[in-house]
Design a protein around this ligand. Sequence first.
Ligand code: CAA
Length: 259
Amino acid sequence: MKYKNLIIETNDKICIVKINRPKALNALNVETTVEIYHCFKELENDDNIDVIIITGEGKSFVAGADISYMKNLNAVEAKEFGLSGINAFNAIENSKKIVIAALNGFALGGGCELAMACDIRIASTKAKIGQPEVTLGITPGFGGTQRFPRLVGVAKAKELIYTGKIIDAQEAERIGLVNKVVEPEFLMEEVLGMANKILENAKFAVRYSKEAIDKGLQVDKTTGMYIESSLFGLCFSTYDQKEGMLSFLEKRKATFKSK
Ligand code: CAA
């Protein structure tokens, strides 16, 4: 499928998805949220891709939902727009692929919400992150009120959402919102390095770990433990479990086949 506002680059198990509206700092209009949704649905069925990297074209990651687009929406249209973003970001969060956000610049409002739907966030020192929606007279609308407190805790999420304060990459790392901060020229090298490190491991062990973490967070701890034990058991039906354990005992590097 061809996309108007996304650039897709595929390279041996890794797909880079770039949000491409640089003149508007990659602000998300409905056309773009719908494209993100379709892109992730398409990648979900692509067996050649195991890791997806999301970043922004130009100096911004995503500067939020598109304010010019939203300005005159009525309540019903705004609800539909909110849902289009929520559906797109749920497709990312629920993907069986591992998704890494490379925060190359502004990650504000819908941009911060997009980043939070990913598994891992690596930021350049130039990134500026926050949920400034209340300064525009609205609440976060693409999942921010739900994902922010789950990631950084209720108190910090409330402080940042109520004040609309924009923080730098170092502070985002300190509060656990981003995993790592690097100089801008090393951002993609760092992200690709992490992607390749993940790809060295047994594909289904990584995939089931994601499933256990994400599904476990939605249920009580006892049910979460049951999910973990079921997926732990399922690993023993794979070639890679046999190879992983045999290679350890034979003191050699494992050769995984992801089967
Ligand atoms: N929507 C639409 N256009 C945007 C935009 C946005 N969110 N952010 C930036 N732009 C546009 C600007 O209007 C400007 O366009 P023109 O050149 O046509 O005037 C262009 O991008 C460049 O922006 P600036 O000139 O403002 O660039 P700057 O470097 O001076 O400032 C910025 C950068 C601090 C990110 C500033 O643009 C800004 O504050 N943007 C808005 C951030 C924001 O409030 N985001 C939240 C949106 S609401 C939301 O996301 C709701 C939700 O949860 C669903």
